[in-house]
Each structure stands twice: as structure tokens, then as C-alpha cells.
Write a protein that binds this ligand. Structure first.
Ligand code: HDD
Length: 750
């Protein structure tokens, strides 16, 4: 038994760190105390780390995540080792020649640890660097074998495991979630016949028509190369320079400036495969198809002022939201709908279905619901799963095939290629998150970090020495659709690709007035950050071709006359579409009411604990995420009941909440009112169109916060509720209804 020398710092788990004791650590000194649950108390009881599935119960397990058990490790109850499995006695001190001497070169434990650390970063994705993922499953609702032999659609009720990653495009790995950007929506289906990756976005069209221009687009939107500014933003000269010289981008630019580019949550946005794909059935017959994911939570967006504030208040806003919803068992869900059409119908459209800047209006081809996707498990390890997952548009399975969309064709090359440098070699398919559940056998061999140990002397085909195995699957394998092609080899585009404005106009005309105003505001914001006047003018000259009012409003905001329309690049059909209401975000409320919505209850020392508790509990019963907020952390007590404040006002800005209730007792005279943050909180809730429920004396706060009782046009505000506070259940009903709906955009005035 050793004792600490007088006056030494004491830490019972680190007592060997100091002085003479460091030379001879006591037996077991670095083991956790025996009282820890599941912990061995002597060295002889310790077993080597189990590789599979030791430890935590699987919350919301899905078949795919179970298969990852083979790779999951759990250190509970295990001793610390090197990468070679050698037990480590002392993880605090390097090996030195004497307590004050130099470190020994032979300290392989130190060197291994530091070397691994030095190499623990991998390159971030060249685009879509910032993202969040989750496991789940796809359930087919139909038997779609008439159109495709893809196994996920083989029969109603068929379950296919998935891993999904949502992302922003332009920002770096540590950038904020709520910036104005397209969101990636990539789904990996682990099907019976190999992995199928549907690598889509939350916007159904794209900026460019040919993969040839993708590096230019991305170089233009990324931070400018001389000064590395701005991060995760399109509001700068190089982006709009490129965009204004690419009229094909016009349609996408309207989506990009719309509220689609600032979603409220990953759970509340649509997903699209963007391109036209092919479905191929067992007889080799093919139809065209577009993939649409529609969220059961409805489509909801932030407002721009809120999005920019959120980037500071919680840069992980979307990541946290997805994580928390899944942890709470509020599993995000989407319906998969297909637009299926044949070549003859496609030829009759006024646009080309191979053009990724065009969508197929649902009025032309309605959606057929074919299945649902549920995300029910968070990853165990962000790096191993979300960072190392590799999506590739080239990953298709029998029954799914490509169209000749020139953007898609280029993507087929890019994804496999980029993973090789990002994940360090050609064997990234062996990483657990990327490995198919379907059996994998071929003659591809070796390469950096090979995991599999293929047996036998045969690594070629045909062979007789291996009994001809692995053998070709013939018609049971993937067969490309036998499309007849007789054409000249050319660099160019079909004529219909030259219509850059008709669908931009369709989108514009399908928006509600507040959505149109947001597009105008976003163009003004973006172009106000452009320093070169000619670029601003060029963008507006594109908009003239879309809609006169849009162009005029943007020009007024930027202080110049509406320029002449940008000349057309060539003869192109100018199509008049009927508005398509489904293109408005406000058309999809969702079915989940206030579930997962975040509600703040502002309270004060005078607030009645019984009533506040009742309101909080009622809202929580309906699935809302409620936080009681006051000027400081405290327990409010009265009449034998108490109410614990969850978080102080200074740590919970307004933008983190979808709605606010101000409890009775929060009065003009009270502390909360003297706290400018409280008034700011209310003001922002109001400006961002959110429901406010002011109970009892709290109503007096409204004038102090500058909140008018009626809307600017004099009509009653549909989400501002002034109530007595004596009957919480009755008070809450209209508030809950308002929160289940869309925001009050009529409050937005200059
Ligand atoms: Fe891409 C990543 C979606 C055009 C090249 N893309 C990437 C991701 C998504 C998309 C969601 C992130 C996947 C993940 O979470 O890991 N990309 C799209 C969509 C496009 C599109 C919907 C147009 C319809 N992309 C596109 C083109 C090219 C690329 C035209 C190149 C020719 N995309 C890539 C890439 C990335 C990528 C360089 C970067 C990281 C990665 O692949 O894994 O290969």
C-alpha cells in the first residue's frame, strides 16, 4: 500500500501521476472503482473486448442497424488497450528518463496514440460536407412488379433497411445548419440485390443541365478563393456572376431564393430524386420515373431573419432536431410517391424529361404513393456512420436504371471517384455503413485497407480451378435497359433545353403572396451582397423573362431601373403552365399537429405553478417539447405546488421556439419585463409569425414589446391570444390549433 506524500494534489483515480508513485503504479490503480456497474474488480475477471453488440439496448432497431452489430464495440467494463490489444497500465504519463527527463523514443504507447490522433481527420466532402444521418427502413405499400423488378417494391409490406443523410451543399463541415442553401436528401437502400442509393435534394430541379458545368458551379458558390469568404452562403459576387451567365439556372434560382432553402427541420422537407430515372420490369420493359419523398410532418420553413439568428444561437439546429426527435421516439416519416410515365407521354411534354432544370408538374403526371420511410435509430458514432457513409448515384440495383440526363450521367462517375480520395482507397465499400447486406463475391482484390479475406487461388473469371465461381448471374443479374440509340457523337443540347423561363414562371405563379414576397426579399438580400453592379443588373434582366413584377420589385429594392430582358439563347418554346398548388410549401401542413414543436413558457416568481404545470403537461401530452423559461433558474412555489424553471432566458433565445406562452404573473412591474431579453423574445416571436398566448396580467407586456393587437390591415391577428388564464385547457385550444398551422406571414411588414 502506498500513500500520497504530504501536500500533493489528490485524485483517487490518478494517484500514480505524481512523484515517486509514478514509478511503480499500484496493481489495478487505473481500473475504475469496483462499485461501477458491470465492472470487473480484478484483472483476472477482465475479458477481451467483444466485437459484436455488447452493451446498449437497440433503441428502435432496424434490420440494417442490427447488421452493424458485427462492427459495434462497447468499452463498458473493459480495460484500456493499444490498437494491438496490449493492456495499458498508465494513460496519463509518457515514458521518461526520470521524472524530469526527456521522453523515451521507445514509448510506443505514446507514439501510437499521438500518431493515430494526427491522422484522425479525413477530407470533408467536396460538396455536402455538413450533414446528419439516421437509420431506418422503407416499407413498400404496393407490388410494383408491373413496372420494376427492384426488390424493395416486390410486395406490400416488404421492408428494406435504409440509412439517410441530410446535408447542406456549400458550407464546410463545421458550418451552420440554417443557412440559405439546397439540402441534400440521400437514401441508401440495403436491398436484397445490393445497395441502391437515391442521392437527391429537397428541391426537384438543379442549377445546370450538364455535369460538365458542376465544378464551375461549385467553385462559384464556395468561399471566394482569394479570401475564403463567405462561408456557407451564396450571397456573393462569384456565385451570382456564374448564375447570371447561366440562364438555365433561373428556375432553380427561384427555388433557391424561396423558403425551401431555409427549412424548419430536415423532418419537414420534401426530397426528390431530381432526374428522370428508369424502372425496368422482369421482362425488360421500361418506364420513366421521378422519385418524391413527402414528409408526414408537413413542409415548414424558417423565416430569413430567424434563420440568420439561429445560425448563431444554435448552429446545430437541424442536426439537434433530427437527433432529439428520434431519441424521443418521434420517428420522422416520409411517403414515397412516384411519377411514372412512358416515353411516348414524355415526348408529348413541352419540356425535355432529360433536362434536370425542369420538373414534371403533378398536373401532368400525378404522384402514385408506393411506400413509406421511417427513421427510427440514431447512429452510434457520427464518424463511423454519418461521415463515412458513401452515397453513389452509380449504385443502382436490378429494376432501376439511368436516363440519359447529362447531369445524371456525369454524376454516375463523380461519386465513386470522390469516395476514393475522401475515404482513402477503393475498399470504402467494406466500411460497415457502406457494406451491402446482400452477399458480395467478385474477383476484385487487394488495395489499401482491404478487410475481406477471400479464400482460394482463383481471382479471375472464367476459371475452372474455382469451379467457375463466382459465376455470372445472367438474366438474374443487373441488365441495362436496351435503349436503341442511333446518333452522331456531338457536344450540345436538345432544343427544348433552351426554354429557361417557363417553369421558373410556373414556380413563381404557384407561390402564395407571402412566399412570393420572400423570394423578392431573398433576391434583394443576395444581390445587395454582390459588389459588382453589372452582375446585379444581369440577374434582374433574367427575372424580367420570368415575371415583370418580380423583376420590378427586386430592382426597386436595389435602387435601379428594370433593365431590358436578357436575350434568349436561341429559339425555345415559351410554355404557359397552369399554376401548380403543390409547389407552394404552404400546401402541406402535415398530420402531426404540435408533435415535436418547441414551446416556451415564460414565467416569473409570481406565476401560478398549478396553472403553468397544467399547461405544460397538456402540451407535453400532445407531444410538444415545452420549456419553462424565467429570468433565472429557480423553483417557483405557491399554494403547495412548485414549478421548476428549465432554462434561464439568457440561454434560450426566441428563435429556438415555435411558439410562446407568457404565464400570468409576468407583469410590467416584474423582473422579466425589466429584462430587455424578454421583450426581445416576444417581439421576435411576433415578427417571425409564431403563436403567442398571453395570459392574465402578461397581456400588458404587449405594448411594451411594441406588439400591435391587430394585423397591419386592421384584421384580428389569428395567432395572438389574450386570455384570462383561469382556464388553461380552454385557453390552450386555439393556441394549439394555430401552432398546428402555418405562420402568420401577414405580420411581416417593413
Ligand atoms: Fe452531388 C454529394 C445530391 C449533382 C457530385 N450530391 C452529394 C450529396 C447529395 C448530392 C445529397 C451528399 C451525399 C451524402 O450525404 O454523402 N448532387 C446531388 C443532386 C444533384 C447533384 C441532387 C443534381 C441533381 N453532384 C452533382 C453533380 C456532380 C455531383 C452534377 C458531379 C458531376 N455530389 C457530387 C460529389 C459528392 C456529391 C462530388 C461530394 C461528396 C460525395 O459526392 O460523396 O461526388
Amino acid at each position: 500500500a502506498q500513500t500520497l506524500a504530504e501536500g500533493m494534489p489528490f485524485n483517487s483515480t490518478k494517484e500514480c501521476e505524481y512523484g515517486e508513485l509514478a514509478l511503480r503504479p499500484a496493481e489495478g490503480a487505473h481500473l475504475p472503482p469496483p462499485s461501477w456497474p458491470g465492472t470487473a474488480s480484478t484483472i483476472s475477471e477482465i475479458t477481451p473486448s467483444a466485437k459484436a453488440g455488447a452493451g446498449q439496448p437497440l433503441a428502435g432497431a432496424s434490420p440494417a442497424s442490427e447488421s452493424l452489430d458485427r462492427a459495434r464495440t462497447d468499452a463498458t467494463g473493459q480495460r484500456l488497450t493499444t490498437n494491438q490489444g496490449v493492456p495499458i497500465a498508465d494513460n496519463q504519463n509518457s515514458l521518461k528518463a526520470g521524472l524530469r527527463g526527456p521522453t523515451a523514443m521507445e514509448d510506443f504507447i505514446l507514439r501510437e496514440k499521438i500518431t493515430h490522433f494526427d491522422h484522425e481527420r479525413i477530407p470533408e466532402r467536396v460538396v455536402h460536407a455538413r450533414g446528419s444521418g439516421a437509420h431506418g427502413y422503407f416499407e413498400s405499400l404496393v407490388d410494383l412488379s408491373e413496372h420494376t423488378r427492384a426488390t424493395p417494391f416486390a410486395q406490400p409490406g416488404k421492408i428494406t433497411p435504409v440509412f439517410v443523410r441530410f446535408s447542406t451543399v456549400a458550407g464546410e463541415r463545421g458550418s451552420a445548419d440554417t443557412v440559405r442553401d439546397v439540402r441534400g436528401f440521400a437514401v441508401k437502400f440495403y436491398t436484397d440485390e445490393g445497395n441502391w442509393d437515391l442521392v437527391g435534394n429537397n428541391i426537384p430541379v438543379f442549377f445546370i443541365q450538364d455535369a460538365m458545368k458542376f465544378p464551375d458551379l461549385i467553385h462559384a458558390v464556395k468561399p471566394e478563393p482569394n479570401n475564403g469568404i463567405p462561408q456557407a452562403a451564396s450571397a456573393h459576387d462569384t456565385f451570382w456572376d456564374f448564375a447570371s451567365l447561366s440562364p438555365e439556372a433561373t428556375h432553380m434560382l427561384l427555388w433557391h431564393t424561396s423558403d425551401r432553402a431555409i427549412p424548419r427541420s430536415y423532418r419537414m422537407m420534401q426530397g426528390f430524386g431530381v432526374h428522370t430515372f428508369r424502372l425496368v420490369n422482369a421482362e425488360g420493359v421500361s418506364v420513366f420515373c421521378k422519385f418524391h419523398w413527402t414528409p408526414v410532418d408537413g413542409t415548414h420553413s424558417l423565416v430569413w431573419d430567424e434563420a440568420t439568428r439561429l445560425a448563431g444561437a444554435d448552429p446545430d439546429f437541424h442536426r439537434r432536431d433530427l437527433w432529439e426527435a428520434i431519441e424521443a421516439g418521434e420517428f420522422p416519416e416520409w411517403e414515397l410517391g412516384l411519377q411514372i410515365f412512358d416515353e411516348e407521354l414524355a415526348d408529348s411534354f413541352p419540356f425535355d424529361v432529360l433536362d434536370p432544370t425542369k420538373l414534371v408538374p403533378e398536373e401532368l403526371v400525378p404522384l402514385t404513393p408506393v411506400g413509406r420511410m421511417v427513421l427510427n435509430r440514431n447512429p452510434d458514432n457520427f464518424f463511423a456512420e454519418t461521415e463515412q457513409v458513401a452515397f453513389c448515384t452509380a449504385h443502382v440495383v436490378p429494376g432501376i436504371d439511368f436516363s440519359n440526363d447529362p447531369l445524371l450521367q456525369g454524376r454516375i462517375h463523380s461519386y465513386l471517384d470522390t469516395q476514393i480520395s475522401r475515404l482513402g482507397g477503393a475498399n470504402f465499400h467494406e466500411l460497415p455503413i457502406n457494406a451491402p447486406l446482400a452477399p458480395l463475391h467478385n474477383n476484385q482484390r487487394d488495395g489499401i485497407h482491404r478487410q475481406a479475406i477471400p479464400r482460394g487461388r482463383v481471382a479471375y473469371e472464367p476459371n475452372s480451378l474455382g469451379g467457375g465461381c463466382p459465376f455470372q448471374a445472367g438474366m438474374a443479374g443487373f441488365t441495362s435497359f436496351a435503349e436503341h440509340i442511333a446518333a452522331d457523337k456531338v457536344r450540345g443540347k436538345p432544343e427544348k433545353f433552351a426554354d429557361h423561363y417557363s417553369q421558373a414562371r410556373l414556380f413563381w405563379q404557384s407561390q402564395t403572396p407571402p412566399e412570393q414576397q420572400h423570394i423578392i426579399d431573398a433576391f434583394r438580400f443576395e444581390l445587395a451582397h454582390v459588389q459588382t453592379p453589372a452582375i446585379r443588373q444581369r440577374v434582374v434582366s433574367m427575372l424580367v423573362n420570368v415575371d415583370a413584377r418580380l423583376a420590378a420589385q427586386v430592382a426597386v429594392g436595389l435602387g435601379f431601373e428594370v433593365p431590358l430582358a436578357m436575350p434568349a439563347v436561341g429559339p425555345a418554346p415559351d410554355v404557359q403552365y397552369d399554376p401548380s398548388p403543390g409547389l407552394s410549401l404552404l400546401s402541406r401542413l402535415g398530420e402531426k399537429g404540435i408533435r415535436t414543436r418547441k414551446i416556451a413558457i415564460l414565467a416569473d416568481a409570481d406565476s401560478p405553478p398549478d396553472k403553468v404545470n397544467l399547461m405544460r403537461d397538456t402540451l407535453r401530452e400532445q407531444g410538444a417539447n415545452v420549456k419553462v423559461i424565467a429570468a433565472r433558474l429557480q423553483v417557483i412555489s405557491a399554494d403547495g405546488e412548485s414549478l421548476a424553471v428549465d432554462i434561464p432566458l439568457s440561454a434560450s433565445p426566441s428563435v429556438l421556439f415555435d411558439a410562446v406562452i407568457v404565464a400570468d404573473g409576468v407583469t410590467i412591474e416584474q423582473e422579466l419585463d425589466h429584462n430587455g431579453l424578454a421583450l426581445e423574445f416576444l417581439k421576435l416571436q411576433y415578427r417571425h409569425g409564431k403563436p403567442l398566448l398571453m395570459t392574465g396580467r402578461a397581456q400588458d407586456l404587449l405594448p411594451a414589446a411594441g406588439i400591435p393587437a391587430a394585423l397591419p390591415d386592421g384584421s384580428p391577428d389569428p395567432a395572438l391570444f389574450l386570455v384570462g388564464g383561469d382556464d388553461p385547457a380552454a385557453d390552450l385550444a386555439p393556441f394549439i390549433k394555430a401552432l398546428s398551422g402555418q405562420r402568420v406571414y401577414a405580420r411581416e411588414t417593413d
